[in-house]
Design a protein around this ligand. Sequence first.
Ligand SMILES: *[C@@H]1O[C@H](CO)[C@@H](O)[C@H](O)[C@H]1NC(C)=O
Ligand SMILES: *[C@@H]1O[C@H](CO)[C@@H](O)[C@H](O)[C@H]1NC(C)=O
Ligand SMILES: *[C@@H]1O[C@H](CO)[C@@H](O)[C@H](O)[C@H]1NC(C)=O
Ligand SMILES: *[C@@H]1O[C@H](CO)[C@@H](O)[C@H](O)[C@H]1NC(C)=O
Ligand SMILES: *[C@@H]1O[C@H](CO)[C@@H](O)[C@H](O)[C@H]1NC(C)=O
Ligand SMILES: *[C@@H]1O[C@H](CO)[C@@H](O)[C@H](O)[C@H]1NC(C)=O
Ligand SMILES: *[C@@H]1O[C@H](CO)[C@@H](O)[C@H](O)[C@H]1NC(C)=O
Ligand SMILES: *[C@@H]1O[C@H](CO)[C@@H](O)[C@H](O)[C@H]1NC(C)=O
Length: 411
Amino acid sequence: MFWLSLAVLASQALPASASRLPLRLETRSGLNSGLANVHITFNDLVDGVITYSYGRCDETRLNEAHHTLGRSSNTKESRLVWVLPNDARFDGCISAWDQGGQLVGRSEPQRLSRRKLKRRGTNSIEMTNATGIDAWGPWFDGVELLKNKEISAVDVEKAKSKEVAIVGAGMSGLMTYLVLHQAGFKNLNIVEASQRLGGRVHTEYLSGGPFDYSYQEMGPMRFPESIEYSNVTYNITDHQMVFQLAREMNALNNYDKNFSVDFIPWIQSNPNGLYYHNGIKLDTGLPPTVAQTKANTSLVISYPMDPSTKTLSDKVDAITSNETFMIELASNTFKAHRDFLVNGLGGLGGDTWSEFAYMVNYLNATLNDTDVLQGGATSFWNAIYDNVYFGATKWKTIDGGVHFTLTPILD
Ligand SMILES: *[C@@H]1O[C@H](CO)[C@@H](O)[C@H](O)[C@H]1NC(C)=O
Ligand SMILES: *[C@@H]1O[C@H](CO)[C@@H](O)[C@H](O)[C@H]1NC(C)=O
Ligand SMILES: *[C@@H]1O[C@H](CO)[C@@H](O)[C@H](O)[C@H]1NC(C)=O
Ligand SMILES: *[C@@H]1O[C@H](CO)[C@@H](O)[C@H](O)[C@H]1NC(C)=O
Ligand SMILES: *[C@@H]1O[C@H](CO)[C@@H](O)[C@H](O)[C@H]1NC(C)=O
Ligand SMILES: *[C@@H]1O[C@H](CO)[C@@H](O)[C@H](O)[C@H]1NC(C)=O
Ligand SMILES: *[C@@H]1O[C@H](CO)[C@@H](O)[C@H](O)[C@H]1NC(C)=O
Ligand SMILES: *[C@@H]1O[C@H](CO)[C@@H](O)[C@H](O)[C@H]1NC(C)=O
């Protein structure tokens, strides 16, 4: 009798067996780095926000946990990235808790390998100001510096067998993989959080495939090709890399039409485009076209600037209308960036201002003048770059959109 009641008590104190809980939590590969994927399977629905934690395997409350992995209210979530803190203990469990603090999932005990935190091999050169390589600075100063370091004496085989993790299977990640693979690197892995390749490059096929041209570009859509200044056309070389990549991929795929990436013109604006503005309509009930608004200014509402804003706007235009600089930017973004860092705006070197800070501190802007700001640019360099990007006269887009036929090998 006595033993039996103890057993009953014990089973009340312990959480329900993991297999009966609504969520199944597992890691499927060795925990030997600072990051791991936690795979989540919902056996039953759980309402509200779920909190994931790591701690002892017999914990009964979330606040006893060693650390929290994350929170989610999405019951379709199938994976969670776990950033393992350095002091995470061995043989703990991952737990999931519902909003009321009830345990809703628990993993098997996790075996954390002792992680080697040595990040740099003996041959690497740290990218810090101390070595003269400012990772945020103009990149070819770094390239020059590396050339002068005479690092050719490295063991090439050893260097190329180094384990390389590429974070994200977007365009940059995929291209980095291709370039390193072609350079002979053997130990490459792409880590991707979502279930698809392409990142921001995302084509949705309305009838399920590229065969009938019914698709919508959900991502960056178009690439600037060239820009005109004083009737001379300049290639926007920054984006030539995209076209080169397509040529390279087509060659690698033996020009198989099923995989080919071909470009067609992208129409960025068109005189017949409709101009929706503050409900202005023609007698026909339709909004005017772009051409009609150009021909008849009363179809456009203009907001006059107050004098101080106009003055500020002119000062900004003076910077962004420096054709010599814009042509340099279109032709060689990297060189233009360096010149910008050295000579800066009005002789002030360095890319240290947001648009707002520069206008306030150096162009004497007031809060009345904020409408001169372009949306979204985090730095003045960014605003200047956008000026060339969106000033393009010719654009291209991918014929038929991009469909990735690769099946990602993801953990
Ligand atoms: C490195 O140098 C750049 C440019 O001189 C400077 O802006 C940056 O703050 C420096 N970084 C560190 C960590 O000292
Ligand atoms: C550009 O060409 C047009 C038509 O040929 C001409 O009218 C215009 O003056 C030229 N502009 C410049 C800046 O050369
Ligand atoms: C611009 O780029 C195209 C290839 O995309 C090339 O054929 C052409 O020669 C380039 N023009 C200039 C002026 O560099
Ligand atoms: C290209 O796609 C078509 C239609 O899906 C298929 O019949 C054909 O075999 C494919 N060609 C190659 C070389 O894979
Ligand atoms: C310009 O547009 C206004 C507003 O729709 C209209 O009343 C006017 O007749 C138009 N003028 C011309 C010349 O078409
Ligand atoms: C225009 O840009 C060029 C190239 O960066 C520079 O040398 C020149 O000083 C700039 N002109 C003005 C008026 O800022
Ligand atoms: C900003 O104001 C100061 C003080 O009035 C003046 O010296 C300076 O030239 C002004 N700067 C600009 C860019 O207008
Ligand atoms: C902003 O504009 C208002 C209205 O024109 C004016 O009264 C005020 O002095 C201005 N403020 C500044 C800082 O320029």
